[in-house]
Design a protein around this ligand. Structure first.
Ligand SMILES: *Cc1c(COP(=O)(O)O)cnc(C)c1O
Length: 726
């Protein structure tokens, strides 16, 4: 196990980095000591921007250093976002830059250069540099392996050094200095997207890809040592007056390597608010320099607010941080209140951000879900409502993500197994009728009222208890017509009448459950008809005695397919809604119209050799008979992968090939044979349910191999799997 020390995680460090950038532009210690200020702003604070580049590399470019080719869509989305930020920043600074005379007498080429290279305000160089850097790294990754990419970026960085902190060394060499002077006409500094950004981007990408971390003590010592070296380097260059600019040091690369390692050692908690706040501080702080100076002038407080550099810094830092925080909170509030505002971008962002991180996860295909709703509705008469069974976490798919989508598709009736599932639906904002199919303890009766749930009357005795609660409870009476599970027996019409008379029960419906409606065997068909007859007989008898029966329902998924005549007020559709059938044997023309909603995927945590004669896994159940390559996947039986699939009874798909399970499935890990599968890398994805290349594994397949039905496989999908609506 890695040690987890309590240092700053990536998200919280962003704020520190942003405040360091503010320091660079305000020189907090200038009033006290020029050397101290040089140390703070030209040495220490120089870690800030490389950190931001590394974070981008970490989350956007890990594939660039793994030879896997970068996913163009992710890069495209990211660059789009950066363009937007940059565009907004350009607009914000237009008036200030204009006031400062930055754009006076600017030629067209000057303007283009400003937009594409230097940035339209002094700190905005960062955005064009980020875009250029990302594009360069992507380009390099097409032609080079990791070492090659590092070599090229390293050389670029060294070229950059001589145009930055080490410029004094080459100034005396005419050929070189002419070359650099020519370059400066294109980009004012070498601290740009070509020479500076790429190395830190690939350092971040490599940090994300590396599966082993160095020990905390080594990282700390490494950081302190390299930081001392960098300080010495900076002061030497400064004293000998060699610096043309002071962003790039040789030791900075090492400093960043160790610093990032330290940051990664902390258990990463995501603070999305920090991300936006840090970016906003970065973008806004120069405007607040203007604001603070303006305020100082108006209030006649210049001696305090401006002349004292530390207070000046604090004022700028505080006001820009406060503004950034308020803007972040307001946007978060608006997004919550009007989820439609950012829906498409948000779900997209969520999907892509889950990819680099998840250990094992479920992808939900919302188009498939919607299509299934449409297809099922076509099968039912118009006055029969879909009442999806979203019990057991929506058959493992995720109670809320699925139910919210269903609400969007106009579904307004649900059934669940327990009152707590019903309460969870309401807390998640789900609208419509919610029927609890199973037992609710009398202590939970308040939930029924508080969350407007409809309770099933399990039998006459249970009705007495419900009535005894003393408050009005809406119910559907369960009628047992032959399954002999829940419900009052259909022939006990007297008792059912007494239930009707209970003064606290509001009878909204009557239903029965069919126990062999999934079978077409003659005796089963016969039995189903008998069940239906008993149900309708009871209904008729009740009506004869003056008790009306408002809503009836009998069908579940298979009832809809095989007994369309039994459609009444509701159809309690479960498994079919999720686009699968319970078993493979069920041949229905309908199969084609149902699209599977769920895919189950897991991360490849490690790829390794297993030599002939060696064993793998608990109990050493698998022994290699020749040298082979195996992969450890981050998924186990605790995630719902049945342990009985151990020892080759199942396989997953990697790069469109089958990778058989070897040895015993563990609680959190599974080993597979990847010998002969090309390009298998740590961090790649293995598919347990779903498509990869031309191959597909269905939940039905897993059920068959396990000797169970799809319903069980799906509903046992683990709690800790992340569910992503695609
Ligand atoms: C689970 C359940 C359903 C849904 O069954 P499927 O076969 O998955 O469609 C319907 N009715 C009752 C009473 C249930 O318990």
């Amino acid at each position: 196990m890695q040690k987890r020390k309590n240092l700053f995680g990536i998200d919280s460090f962003r704020i520190i980095a942003a405040l360091l950038v503010v320091a660079i532009h305000t020189s907090p210690l200038q009033s006290f000591s020029a050397d101290a200020d040089f140390f703070l702003t030209r040495v220490l604070a120089r870690i800030a921007v490389p950190f931001f580049f590394m974070v981008t590399g970490h989350f956007i470019l890990p594939d660039a250093v793994s030879g896997g080719g970068v996913p163009t869509e992710r890069i495209g989305n990211y660059l789009k976002k950066i363009f937007l930020y940059y565009g907004a920043a350009v607009l914000i600074y237009l008036p200030i830059g204009d006031y400062a005379g930055l754009y006076e007498g600017l030629s067209l080429t000057g303007m283009i250069r400003m937009l594409l290279v230097d940035g339209t305000f002094y700190h905005l160089w960062y955005f064009p540099a980020l875009i250029t850097g990302v594009l360069i790294v992507c380009l390099l990754s097409r032609f080079l392996k990791t070492k090659g990419i590092f070599a090229v970026c390293g050389v670029l960085y060294i070229i950059g050094l001589f145009g930055d902190s080490y410029f004094g060394l080459i100034k005396e060499v005419p050929v070189l200095s002419n070359l650099y002077e020519f370059g400066f006409r294109i980009s004012s500094y070498t601290r740009n997207g070509l020479f500076y950004a790429p190395l830190f981007l690939v350092l971040g990408a490599a940090a994300a890809k590396r599966t082993s971390r160095i020990r905390f003590s080594y990282a700390l010592v490494g950081f302190l040592l390299s930081f001392c070296v960098m300080t010495a380097e900076a002061f030497t260059l400064h004293i000998f007056d060699l610096q043309r600019h002071d962003s790039m040091y040789l030791a900075l690369v090492l400093v960043m390597f160790f610093l990032y390692e330290l940051i990664l050692l902390k258990n990463q908690t995501a603070y999305p608010a920090c991300r936006n706040t840090a970016t906003l501080i970065y973008i806004l702080h120069p405007a607040f320099i203007v604001v603070v100076r303006g305020a100082a002038k108006v209030l006649h407080m210049a001696p305090l607010l401006v002349d004292n550099s530390l207070i000046h810094y604090l004022a700028v830092a505080f006001s820009s941080a406060a503004a950034a925080f308020v803007i972040t909170m307001i946007t978060a509030f608006l997004q919550k209140k009007y989820p439609g505002l950012a829906k498409s971008s948000r779900s997209g962002a969520k999907a892509s951000s889950a990819f680099p991180r998840g250990r094992a996860w479920i992808e939900l295909d919302q188009k498939a879900l919607q299509q299934n709703v449409i297809s099922l509705r076509e099968l039912l008469p118009e006055d029969c409502k879909l009442m999806p069974a979203v019990k057991a976490n929506a058959y493992g798919h995720g109670l809320l993500p699925v139910s919210k989508k269903l609400n969007e598709y106009g579904v307004d009736a649900f059934c669940v197994a327990s009152a707590s599932e019903g309460a969870a639906l309401r807390k998640g904002g789900i609208k419509g009728e919610i029927l609890v199919l199973g037992y609710t303890h009398s202590e939970d009766f308040p939930l029924l009222c508080r969350y407007s749930l409809i309770q099933t009357v399990l039998d006459y005795t249970y009705a007495l208890r419900l009535n005894g609660y003393g408050k009005k409870i809406h119910v559907h009476i369960g009628i047992d017509t032959g399954m002999h599970r829940l419900g009052e027996r259909s022939e006990n019409v007297d008792r059912i009448c007494r239930i009707y008379k209970m003064k606290n029960l509001v009878i909204d419906g009557l239903y029965t459950h069919l126990c062999v409606s999934d079978s077409k065997k003659p005796q089963d068909v016969e039995y189903t008809k008998l069940q239906a007859d008993r149900f309708y007989e009871a209904v008729r008898e009740l009506e004869k005695r003056g008790f009306s029966c408002p809503n009836l329902h009998l069908q579940s998924s298979y009832g809809i397919f095989y007994y369309p005549d039994l459609a009444e007020s509701y159809a309690r559709v479960g498994i079919a809604l999720y686009g699968v059938l319970s078993t493979k044997e069920d041949t229905l023309e309908w199969k084609e119209k149902l699209l599977p909603v769920l895919s189950l995927k897991a991360r490849i945590a490690a790829v390794k050799d297993l030599y002939a004669g060696e064993s793998a896994g608990y109990g050493m159940q698998f022994t290699a008979d020749c040298d082979m390559q195996i992969a450890a996947l981050s998924i186990g039986y605790a995630d719902g992968l049945p342990r009985s699939l151990s020892n080759g009874k199942s396989f997953c798909l990697i790069n469109g090939c089958r990778a058989p399970i070897i040895g015993r499935i563990c609680m959190d890990q599974t080993l597979v044979d990847v010998s002969g599968i090309p390009e298998v890398h740590t961090g790649d994805t293995a598919v347990f349910i779903g498509k990869s290349g031309k191959l597909t594994v269905s939940a039905c397949d897993l059920a068959e191999w396990t000797g169970t039905i799809t319903n069980e496989i799906l509903s046992r999908m683990g709690e800790r799997l992340e569910r992503i609506m695609m």
